[in-house]
Design a binder for this molecule. Structure first.
Ligand code: MN
Length: 191
């Protein structure tokens, strides 16, 4: 198996009460894992047989893209969390957020609104543009900002499988919980 499900730096119950162990068992243990398995089954015999994951995300299409980008997106998402997360960023990322959105609270509101209003399945992203400025974008399905030359800083998975076991149809409740888990040191390292 070329691609592997990454080990997480926290236990599956460590994000409670914000994200339950049951959600992690399904979202990480089954959904994320299935994208890894599917990708490994799809790439042999294709031009992506020896490609790394970032190349697959940037250049592939169809099933290889869908599964490859979902592997990348979920790894990026789960690695953004810490049981000691929450609060607000410091340093240059905090300055860039203030410059782009006015304040951290205004950024949170705008990002939460983007995540809540994304129609169907997809991902809300905070991205860095080439000039270092920040922007919030929405991507449907497996969409990934690397394809547009943008640098991902933070993402929120709004596929129903991310929240339905914990919050049922209440996506905004899940987005509120999401903020309590963000490891801003990880996000800042991506800026
Ligand atoms: Mn997901």
């Amino acid at each position: 198996m070329k691609f592997e499900l990454p080990q997480l730096p926290y236990a599956l119950d460590a994000l409670e009460p914000h994200i339950s162990k049951t959600t992690m068992e399904y979202h990480y243990g089954k959904h994320h894992n299935a994208y890894v398995t599917n990708l490994n089954n799809l790439v042999p015999g294709t031009p992506f047989e020896n490609a790394d994951l970032e190349t697959i995300v940037k250049e592939s299409d169809g099933g290889i893209f869908n599964n490859g980008a979902q592997v990348w997106n979920h790894t990026f998402y789960f690695m953004s969390f810490s049981p000691e997360g929450g609060g607000a960023p410091n340093g240059s990322l905090a300055e860039a957020i203030n410059k782009a959105f006015g304040s951290f609270e205004a950024f949170k509101d705008e990002f939460s609104k983007a995540a809540a209003t994304l129609f169907g399945s997809g991902w809300a992203w905070l991205v860095k543009k080439e000039d270092g400025s920040l922007e919030i974008i929405k991507e449907s399905n497996a969409g990934n900002p690397l394809r547009n030359g943008l640098t991902p800083i933070l993402t929120c998975d709004v596929w129903e499988h991310a929240y339905y076991l914990d919050k049922q149809n209440l996506r905004p409740k899940y987005i509120e919980s999401f903020w309590n888990l963000i490891d801003w040191d990880v996000a800042a390292s991506r800026y």
